[in-house]
Design a protein around this ligand. Structure first.
Ligand SMILES: Cc1ncc(C[n+]2csc(CCOP(=O)(O)OP(=O)(O)O)c2C)c(N)n1
Ligand SMILES: [Mg+2]
Length: 348
């Protein structure tokens, strides 16, 4: 069995748990109770959304590919909970979780995924190009490593404007072998840019184990050679992610420069829906599902520490499920963009 998050063996006395308000930070908790609830809700939203994307894809209701984020929810949620609305993120081809965690709307995301006019890009971008400037989502990206340049540019812009906004670049273990990482992270380190590079090491780039194509065991080790701090975090532990990103945010906002965080994580499904997954064993995937499910780890922590009862958590899950199903209906009912819009919003 995997180790439980620290502190989980010390539940508060029943009477103390009853008296506390949701916003009160109990000394033994790793985050305020209302933050724990928020994270639980957000991770549930991502899980349930992605389960519906699987369904939408297999029923032929969306074009393109579907790269699910199930299993990695703690990385996006731990990170984005430590950010302000006006901070920036850049996302990847596996981007639904990042966008939801940063404040993307379920219905407009689902409409975009289905290619509908009500979607974030009026149905022209699809799953891999969701963006919402109003909450700092500078775009998911079908180009592996494409977020590095955009996030670093946004961080440079914040610095030039003295705005104290931070930019987070989510990228995969596969993307860490792209040349653009060297160019941009070097620049951020040299100029002390307010950037945070979050490597989601989910062990595979498409169908290739990362060890087969990566010269280091820990991608965080590359940070030293680039002149910044590299940190390894358990990416299944949303509170560990939250702590680590909070520290990196404080440093970036106060002129201390960038940080590279490597989150060790795992995608529970294949590279995309329909992937036969012949490159990994069922036992391996099962081990992660049983021992490192981020939602289960957080809900256990909340119950063990008297923050929540399991029935309360289940009720939130069901409520979020209804919201997600409403977004599916919205997407299905929304009209396709009319043909006369085909040449609008084109930049190249
Ligand atoms: C520049 C570029 N090269 C190759 C691809 C094809 N491709 C799509 S996803 C992927 C693997 C990316 O792996 P990783 O960065 O670890 O992200 P993960 O899928 O594991 O989240 C590849 C090679 C691409 N989209 N863009
Ligand atoms: Mg990967």
């Amino acid at each position: 069995m995997a180790k439980k998050p620290s502190g989980s063996k010390r539940p508060p006395k029943k009477s103390a748990a009853k008296k506390k308000s949701k916003t009160q930070r109990m000394p033994s908790l790793r985050a305020p109770a209302d933050t724990l609830w928020l994270m639980y809700r957000k991770m549930s939203e991502i899980r349930l959304f992605e389960e519906q994307v699987w369904d939408v894809y297999t029923r032929g209701l969306m074009p393109g590919l579907a790269h699910l984020y199930i299993g990695e929810e703690a990385v996006a949620v731990g990170t984005c909970t430590a950010l302000r609305d006006d901070d920036y993120i850049t996302s990847t081809h596996r981007g639904h979780g990042h966008c939801l965690a940063k404040g993307g709307q379920l219905d407009r995301m689902m409409a975009e995924i289905m290619g509908k006019e009500a979607g974030y890009c009026r149905g022209k971008g699809g799953s891999m190009h969701i963006a919402d400037m109003s909450v700092g989502i500078l775009g998911a990206n079908g180009i592996v490593g494409g977020g590095f340049g955009i996030a670093t540019g946004a961080a440079l812009s914040s610095k030039l404007r003295n705005s104290d906004q931070v930019s987070v670049c989510f990228f995969g273990d596969g993307a860490s072998n792209q040349g653009i990482m060297l160019e941009t992270v070097n620049m951020a380190a040299a100029w002390d840019l307010p950037a945070i590079y979050i490597c989601e090491n989910n062990q595979y780039g498409e169908h290739t184990p990362y060890q087969a194509v990566t010269g280091v065991e820990d991608i965080a080790d590359r940070a030293k050679g680039l002149g910044l701090e590299g940190v390894i975090v358990d990416g299944s532990d949303v509170l560990a992610m939250f702590d680590s990103v909070n520290q990196a945010v404080d440093k970036a906002r106060t002129g201390g420069g960038p940080t590279l965080i490597e989150a060790k994580t795992y995608r529970f499904h294949g590279h995309h829906v329909g992937d036969a997954q012949t490159y990994r064993t069922r036992d391996e995937a099962e081990w992660w599902r049983t021992n490192k499910d981020p939602i289960k780890l957080l809900s256990d922590y909340m119950v063990d520490n008297g923050v929540a009862k399991q029935e309360e958590l289940d009720a939130i899950y069901e409520q979020v499920e209804r919201e997600v199903l409403n977004a599916i209906e919205f997407g299905k009912d929304a009209p396709l963009p009319p043909p006369e819009q085909a040449y609008e919003d084109l930049y190249a």
